[in-house]
Write a protein that binds this ligand. Sequence first.
Ligand code: HGY
Ligand code: MN
Ligand code: MN
Length: 417
Amino acid sequence: MTAPGANLKINGERLWDSLMEMAKIGPGIAGGNNRQTLTDADGEGRHLFQDWCTAAGCTMGVDKMGNMFARREGTDPDALPVYVGSHLDTQPTGGKYDGVLGVLGGLEILRTMNDLGIKTKHPIVVTNWTNEEGTRYAPAMLASGVFAGMHELDWAYDRKDAEGKKFGDELKRIGWLGDEDVGARKMHAFFELHIEQGPILEAEGVDIGVVTHGQGLWWLEVTLTGKDAHTGSTPMNMRVNAGLGMARITEAVHEIAMGHQPNAVGAVGQANVYPNSRNVIPGKAVFTIDIRSPEVTKLTSMRDMIEHAAAQIARDLGLGIKIEPVGHFDPVTFDEGCVTAVRNAAERLGYSHRNIVSGAGHDACWINRIAPTSMVMCPCVDGLSHNEAEEISPEWAAKGADVLFHAVVETARIVTE
Ligand code: HGY
Ligand code: MN
Ligand code: MN
């Protein structure tokens, strides 16, 4: 395959301007973004992305999960396209780059190809996957999961947010329910550019993460049932305190993850006590445990130990307990050919690089099950993400997009005549 010349680079300034433009939609309260999936802000961001893709000469397809596919034709219309993309939805206190860099980095590739008159044999399709974050609707990577055949469409449509609004209803409400069957599209390969969301690349002064693997994950939703009672007049030995149970299980999750070091993490991020009144002992607690490891044995061992510890804590406190898995994927090994394309691109461009395991989950983790897939990572300041203070430099963004550009265009086979 003809590789692009080392001097071929994307337009970093244009990419940065597009990132800043998109960041104006669904602003947070501290400089980041709150553009949660299927909100009006998500709809607005989709329209901006669609307008940019149309201006770049793409045709846009949308499927029944709202996944967006902006296609640039190749010289062989029958060749399977090379897909490149990520997600535009954000956490409630999200940053400007998580996911967005991968979608707009993909668009920047097409814009650069237009500028340079580059043609490829395979079409190239830039993708925005719906609900990658899993914050409003669990699980994370919901729409890429349906696309990869991991979830049924109707099950996804029935997912409810904290206000009881269904995914399918909200997708229709914002006007992004497409007509394509989910997963009907076949891919030659898929590439995703993403910020690292961890401290390694910045700490080592390395520009590019060549992502070889991704951590596996369990999300376990726990419901504890106790008894509402007065916080003042109820003797301590008569209390059935669901809030206390949640606190002890949260501590147990941390201790069990610490007991599986290295390469294991665990926390409780989402937690609600009911009735959540200052002078009522919580009769109910609902919270989600997030545990991850690149090693299946550690992931399984942590889950087993947590479920045993939680059952014992519930018994000790006289609580009812229900544990429901609401998200899971095994550790991921990305495609060797695609990983090599990323590594060769970094080499050709003269960018420092190192192999890295993704700590976060990504749509690429599901797509890797149905097409050759790999990821490119760039550093982020202090490794911080899922925080409005998330920051990267324009240079990091540009270098990551350069590597993505080379890997995608090489895989799509440049046509020189
Ligand atoms: O949870 C994750 O790793 C991703 O941010 N959805
Ligand atoms: Mn992301
Ligand atoms: Mn995220």
